[in-house]
Structure formats: structure tokens, C-alpha cells
Write a protein that binds this ligand. Sequence first.
Ligand code: NAD
Length: 481
Amino acid sequence: MTTYMNFIDNEWTAAYDGRTIEVLDPSTGEAFAQIARSGGSEVGRAVQAARHAFDGEWGGMAPAARSRLLFRISQALLDHVDELAALEQRDTGKPTGQARADALAAARYFEFYAGAVDKLHGQTIPYPQEFTVLTLREPHGVTGHIVPWNYPLQIFGRSVAASLAAGNACVVKPAEDACLSLLRVAQIAADTGLPAGALNIVTGLGAEAGAALAGHPGIDHISFTGSPQTGQAVQQAATANFVPVTMELGGKSPQIVFSDADIDAALPVLLSSIVQNAGQTCSAGSRLLVQRAIYSDVVGRLSELFQATRTGAAADDPDCGPLINARQLARVQGYLQEADEAGISVAARGQLDANAPGGGFYQVPVLLGDVPPDHRLAQEEIFGPVLCAIPFDTEEEALRIANSTAYGLVAAVWTQDGARQFRLARQLRAGQVFINNYGAAGGVELPFGGSGQSGYGREKGVEALYGFTKLKTVAVRHGRS
Ligand code: NAD
């Protein structure tokens, strides 16, 4: 069984007391590797290495050189796409197509931010003539990145590539269920020439390594992606050190389908936005609001699509792979049991492959019909392949239901009515609104983030670079000639 160590200062480093955590394959439930179970001392070493890099070779590198290096890392990741996708698949149970898409996305983030490095600049400010006033965009210094298990490569790519591009040195704490691909990326980056200490990966449990990173006084910025509950703990730890944080949290995102919508175009998207990654997507389209005139038609046709989905082992590239672990499976099953007890009807469920291994963490996609909008199932993030269908009569009612959860991450509107498209785009509580599509293919260019319990701050796009820098104002008083 392979043991994966921490990657600190461009070297493999075991936890100081040699403790490890077993890594399970979600498709079989069997252990196949172990990772280091680190804590405060390993986090401390990583922060020290990052500080050294920031104060040294990495921090002093000219922007154009930093840009070229990040381009080379992007290319190196592309050269290793199959290997990274295979690691990710075994570690997280992602179907082949999704695992590959995530590895490609990580390379694309490095490419995008590589191109931005030498275009990120401050401004001059009009001021009385005896002054020249300018602003400088400076890196924070050492940034901490706490990453969840659902899209490790993508979430690492979007926050770490942006942070490195802005000139920071990074310490990353991946989720204990999804470390392997990120350790490999760090090694690839080092082999490509990233100076020691610029990117460090420390593995371990959230309550140990994660908490140590969140509360470390040597961290200058934290980018957290995960659940609102953990986000609260991270925020409190950061506050004690006056450290700014970006919070990318959960969602309960609505898709609103009006009776004038192009239903043929909408149906496959309504399905894929909840089945992708077995519904373990913060921006999953997990609430389906349908205007009553077409409600039974849409639910009926969508039911056929749900019934045709195949759930099975990740390597068989099914529509729906296993959930990440037994705890997540029990959580989703608990919600489904509650639906049953509340008399909420199952409109459709998918098929489990006959050859899906018995020990895997499988949950077939489920479409629930007529879910009361204020029920827990329609309010809370299930984080599994469960879609709640809700009928509505008017635009006002749809908007009220859509905005009625504690979240505000993503929303979609399906309608041909142009005025309604803009009205709802402005009124929906969400960081991203999609009209007649969902996710716009997830482009790295599109700023992403939420409000309420979905968090705050924006990642992705050029916008993210502002979050990974701080603005300094310089006023030079030179007098008038
Ligand atoms: P989680 O909050 O349990 O864990 C996220 C990370 O935090 C992991 O690395 C974990 O080890 C670490 N952690 C746990 N306890 C900690 C502590 N006390 N201090 C510091 N770190 C700690 O979330 P998860 O179960 O891994 O991921 C699922 C959640 O993430 C869902 O709610 C999902 O919606 C959200 N998510 C959000 C986005 C987004 O961009 N908005 C993207 C992906 C996932």
C-alpha cells in the first residue's frame, strides 16, 4: 500500500510522529493507500517554508518570469492529464469523463492566471498637482487554502493558481478524502521549476491540520471552500489573527422553468446539473421550480431521463459514480428516509449497475415530486443526486421560493421572455445567474461566489486576483515647478 507524505519546501515529509490516515476507493470501499496525518508542527513547517519563499527567490521573481513559469506548469499538467485523472478517480470515485475534465480544468486555471500575471496593475489617481498618487497591487504574502473533497483539482486550480499569479506563496490543506491528485500536482510544479516553498501541501484531518492552518498567525489570507459549519470555525480562527478570508460555501440552487421555455433544451441540463459528480457539487441545480401548466409534462419527461441513468463504479464511466464515503451516503439516505416519512413522492429513480462492487458508496439519482418549498429537503443542501421538484403559478411566487433558502450561490431561469430574463437576473439572490443554460460550461473566466450561507468573496476570473492582492496607496508630494 502506497504511503503519501506531505509536500513541504519541494520535499516529501512524513508527519513527525509517523501517523497516517487510510485512503479508501469509493467505488469499492477498500483501502488502497495512506496519507500523512499532520497537525500543528507540519503546518508550522509549511508556513515557514512559504514565508522563506515569499521573502526569497519566489517573491523576488519578475512578473514576466512568474508568468512563463505558470504557463510551463499548465503545460506540464496537460502532459500528466491521464495520470492525474486516474489518481482522482481512484481517490474520489469520479467517473472517467469528470475526472479528466477536472484535470484539464486545473491546467486551464494555471494557463489563465499565467496570462494575467503581468497585466495586474494599480492606477494613478487625479489629485492636486503638487502630488502624484498611485496604487500598487501587492500580494498578501503567505496564503492558506483549505480545499474540500468534491472537486479537489478544480478548486485547488482556481485558488492556488490565482494566488501564485498574484505573487503569494501557498500552504494547502486538502480534504482528508481527496489528497492524492494535489500532492502529485505540487510535485509536477516543483519538477517544472517552481521554487521550494512557493507551494506546500499538508494533509490531515480538518480538526487537526485544517484548524492549525486556519489559526496560524503566519498566514496572511485564507481561501476556504467547504461547508458553512466549517466555514464558521475557519472564519473565527482567522478573525483572531485579523486575517482576511474568502468563503466559498454550500448552495441549494434553483432552476426556474417557465411554461414558454424550450423544454427540449432544458431537460438534459436539468438532469446533468444534479447528477454530475453524484450531486456533490456546491452549485448543483438541486431545486427544480416548474410553472404549473407544464409541471406534470416536465416531471414526466425528466423522470424518463432519471430512470435511464446508470450508477456504478467510476472506472466504468457511469452517469453517476459513488458518493465520497460511507458518512456522505448515510447523510443522503437519511434525507431520503425523511422524504418517505413526510409522504413526499419519488417521481423516479435511476438504475444501479448489476456489477457495481458491493462495498461501494452508491446512491442512484432520485427525483422527488411536489416537495413543499419550506420543507428541510427543499431548504438544506443534501449534497447527493437528489432533485426536489416544486410547482409554482406566477413569476412572483417563483422568485419568492427561489430566494427563500439561507443560500445564494447560483440560479437559472428558463424562459423565452427577454424582459423576464433580465427582471429575474437582477432579483435572484445568487452570485451567478444563468439564462437558458446552467453553468455556461464552467469557464474559468467567470467570477464565482455567493452570499448568505454560500459565503462571500469571489474566485475565478480576473476578479479573483483582486482578492489575492492588497491595495497600497502611494502619495508623492513633489510640489509644483
Ligand atoms: P467540510 O467543510 O467538511 O471540509 C472542507 C475542508 O475543511 C476540508 O479540507 C476539511 O478537512 C477542512 N476542515 C474541516 N474541519 C476544519 C476545521 N475545524 N478547521 C479548518 N479546516 C477544517 O466540507 P466538505 O464536506 O469537504 O465539502 C462539502 C461542502 O463544501 C459542501 O457544503 C459544499 O457545498 C461545499 N463546497 C463549496 C464550494 C464553493 O465553491 N462554494 C465548492 C465545493 C464544495
